[in-house]
Design a protein around this ligand. Structure first.
Ligand code: ADP
Ligand code: MG
Length: 238
């Protein structure tokens, strides 16, 4: 579960091509980080994988199945955004269960998933609060919880921590790493922060202006950057 393959992906906005032909394979349970400067196409690529937008050319497979024309809701993935995107008029519990009531999932199953996510993320005592009554870190935990209760085959996270202060970001990063270890679910994590990439990733995809510059483990990138851009961006010695 959670194998993702991109083949020949391009994306145009109007006449402008912003993704220039990307091939990539992500293995089951991998934590892959897309890193690169602002505007290089990280969010666009993630949205294409999520099914929130369509590639101009190319195909996307999940677990061997071509999902290029499959809707976001039917891809079995869960996305977490930088802006928490919680429903302000709903409690935490309602935010977590939203959308699940419309599936065939039995009520007790929904309740137990919410309890489990509450424990995992330590938000169990916040269930009756509304988003405005939560700190930034707590809101982001709820946003991650909302992804977890869906039991997705992969998590897609777009700069999920960049609205948090540095200290909390460090804490949450460690929590995400633990969560990934515990769930074993494929994660694609987008960031412009090299430190975040180097500490979290099994493999890093370095993007620049809509192309992949290099794909390697953090150590591999550090020891063998393929060009000056990668070296400079990762902060490698040469
Ligand atoms: P990143 O997430 O790496 O900062 P984006 O994927 O948001 O980069 O953007 C990549 C490029 O595509 C940028 O040049 C951006 O201006 C452009 N872009 C993104 N979304 C749209 C859109 N909906 N319409 C037109 N251009 C867009
Ligand atoms: Mg972005």
């Amino acid at each position: 579960m959670g194998r993702i393959a991109l083949e020949g992906i391009t994306k145009n906005f109007g006449n402008v091509e912003v993704i220039h032909g990307i091939d990539l394979e992500i293995g089951e349970g991998e934590l892959v980080v897309f890193v690169g400067p602002s505007g290089c196409g990280k969010s666009t690529l993630l949205r294409l994988i999520a099914g929130l937008d369509q590639p101009t050319t190319g195909s996307i497979r999940i677990d061997g199945k071509d999902v290029t024309r499959v809707s976001a809701a039917d891809r079995g993935l869960a996305m977490v955004f930088q802006s928490y995107a919680l429903y302000p008029h709903m409690t935490v519990r309602q935010n977590l269960s939203f959308g699940l009531e419309n599936t065939r999932m039995p009520k007790p199953e929904i309740a137990s998933r919410i309890d489990e996510a509450g424990r995992m993320l330590e938000i169990g005592d916040l269930m009756e609060r509304r988003p405005t009554q939560l700190s930034g870190g707590q809101r982001q935990r709820v946003a991650i919880g909302r992804a977890i209760v869906r039991n997705p085959s992969a998590f897609l996270l777009d700069e999920p921590l960049s609205n948090l202060d540095a200290e909390l970001r460090g804490t949450m990063r460690a929590e995400l790493a633990r969560l990934h270890e515990r769930l074993g679910t494929t994660m694609i994590y987008v960031t412009h922060d090299q430190v975040e990439a180097m500490t979290l990733a099994d493999r890093i995809v370095v993007l620049r202006k809509g192309i992949v510059e290099q794909v390697d483990t953090p150590l591999g990138l550090y020891n063998r950057p393929q060009n000056l851009f990668v070296a400079g961006f990762i902060g490698a010695p040469n």
